[in-house]
Ligand binder design. Structure first.
Ligand SMILES: *Cc1c(COP(=O)(O)O)cnc(C)c1O
Length: 351
C-alpha cells in the first residue's frame, strides 16, 4: 500500500457541476463565480467576497486593496510557504519576518510586538495547519490584519469562524487544500470598499481610468466546483477530525508531541503535524520505505531563503515537524495502515 501525503476529495457531484457549466458555454467569470462568492461569504459570516485565480493572487490584491506599497512594512511568519513573501514583494513593501509559537506553529504575539513600527501597514496571520491563530493578540496592534485562511476554512477562534476576525481574509482552493477549485482563491471582508477594490484590480478591462490591473479572475466551472465542495465542507471537517482521533489514539504514549488544539483555538487538521525530538530525516525516509508519504509541512523557512539569523522557534519546529497524511478521501484502510506503520516507525527510532 502507498498512501500519498495529500489528495483532493472529489466525487460525481463535483464532476457533474463542472460539466454542466462547460455545456452551458458560459465558462469564464460570470454568475457561478458570483454565487460562490456569496456562498463562502455567508458561510464565514462576512459581508462580501471576491473570487480570484489563486491564494497568492488573493494575498496580492488584499495588500493592494489595503494600500500597502513602497515604504511600508508587512509582518509575516518565517515558518510558512513563500506565497506570503511573494505577495509582500509584489506590492513593493518590506517583508518583516516574525517567529512562531512552537506549540501552535502560529505567529508568536511577543515576536510580532517586537517588530511593529510606525511603518507597519499589515500583519499577515496564517491559521497554520488548520489551527486558528491567537486573533485576540494579533488584532491588538492597531495594524490591519490579513487572515490567511488557506489551510483553515471552517476553523474557529473563540467559536467564531476564522476569516471574519481580521480586516480582510484570504483563501486558497488549490487542489489539495481543505476544499478545491483546482487553482483558485478568495478575498473576504466586512469592509465592502476593500472587496470593491479587489474586484476592480482582478480584471484589466472596461475601466474608466488607467492603473496597473491584473487578470486574476476565476472561471465559472471552477466556481461550480467550489460550490459543490463548499456544500460538502461540514462532512470534510468531520472526517478530518475523526482521522485525527484515530492518530491521537495510535500515537498516544510515544514520546512525540501530538497536534492538540490550544483553546480557544479550534483545529480542523488540514495537516496532522507531530513533533519528534530526533532523526526527522531518517523518519521521513523510513515512512517512505513503508509506503506512507510523510513530509516536512514547510519546505524551508523564509528566513533561510533571505539568509537571516534568529527565529529560534522556527528553527526548532522546522527540525521537529513531521506531517502525517490526512484528507477526507483517505479511507479507513489507509488510516489504519498509516496509524500502524507510523506507530512502529516512531517507536523504532526512539521517538
Ligand atoms: C497554499 C497557501 C497559500 C497560497 O495559495 P495558492 O493558491 O497556492 O497560491 C498561501 N498561504 C498559505 C498558508 C497556504 O497554505
Amino acid at each position: 500500500m502507498t498512501v500519498p501525503h495529500s489528495r483532493p476529495t472529489l466525487d460525481d457531484a463535483d464532476v457533474r457541476a463542472v460539466v454542466e457549466v462547460l455545456r452551458s458555454h458560459q465558462i469564464a467569470q460570470g454568475q457561478k463565480v458570483r454565487e460562490f462568492e456569496e456562498a463562502l461569504a455567508a458561510y464565514i459570516g462576512v459581508r462580501a467576497g471576491a473570487a480570484v485565480s489563486s491564494g497568492t493572487a488573493a494575498l496580492h490584491l488584499a495588500l493592494l486593496a489595503l494600500n500597502v506599497g513602497r515604504g511600508h512594512q508587512v509582518i509575516l511568519p518565517s515558518y510558512v510557504c513563500p506565497a506570503l513573501l511573494n505577495a509582500v514583494n509584489a506590492v513593493g513593501a518590506e517583508p518583516v519576518l516574525a517567529d512562531v509559537n512552537p506549540r501552535t506553529f502560529n505567529l508568536a504575539a511577543d515576536s510580532v510586538a517586537e517588530r511593529v513600527t510606525s511603518a507597519t501597514r499589515a500583519i499577515v496571520v496564517p491559521h497554520h495547519f488548520g489551527q486558528a491563530a491567537d486573533m485576540a493578540a494579533m488584532t491588538q496592534f492597531g495594524v490591519p490584519v490579513v487572515e490567511d485562511c488557506a489551510q483553515a476554512v471552517g476553523s474557529r477562534w473563540e467559536g467564531r469562524p476564522v476569516g471574519a476576525l481580521g480586516t480582510v481574509s484570504v483563501f486558497s482552493f488549490y487542489a489539495t487544500k481543505v476544499m478545491t477549485t483546482g487553482e483558485g482563491g478568495m478575498v473576504l471582508s466586512n469592509f465592502v470598499d476593500i472587496i470593491d477594490r479587489v474586484r476592480d484590480l482582478r480584471d484589466y478591462d472596461r475601466a474608466e481610468t488607467y492603473r496597473p490591473r491584473f487578470n486574476y479572475k476565476m472561471t465559472d466551472f471552477q466556481a461550480a466546483l467550489g460550490l459543490t465542495q463548499l456544500s460538502k465542507l461540514p462532512g470534510f471537517l468531520q472526517r478530518r477530525k475523526s482521522i485525527a482521533e484515530t492518530y491521537h489514539e495510535a500515537f498516544a504514549g510515544l514520546p512525540v508531541e501530538l497536534p492538540r488544539p490550544v483553546p480557544p483555538a479550534d483545529h480542523i487538521y488540514y495537516r496532522y503535524v507531530i513533533k519528534v525530538d530526533n532523526h526527522l530525516d531518517r523518519l521521513l525516509a523510513a515512512s517512505h520505505a513503508e509506503g506512507v508519504d510523510c513530509q516536512k509541512p514547510v519546505f524551508k523557512p523564509l528566513h533561510y531563503y533571505l539568509r537571516l539569523a534568529g527565529h529560534p522557534n522556527t528553527e526548532r519546529v522546522y527540525r521537529q515537524a513531521l506531517s502525517v497524511p490526512i484528507y477526507p478521501g483517505l479511507r479507513d484502510e489507509g488510516v489504519d495502515y498509516v496509524a500502524r506503520q507510523m506507530r512502529t516507525t516512531l517507536a523504532r527510532f526512539g521517538n
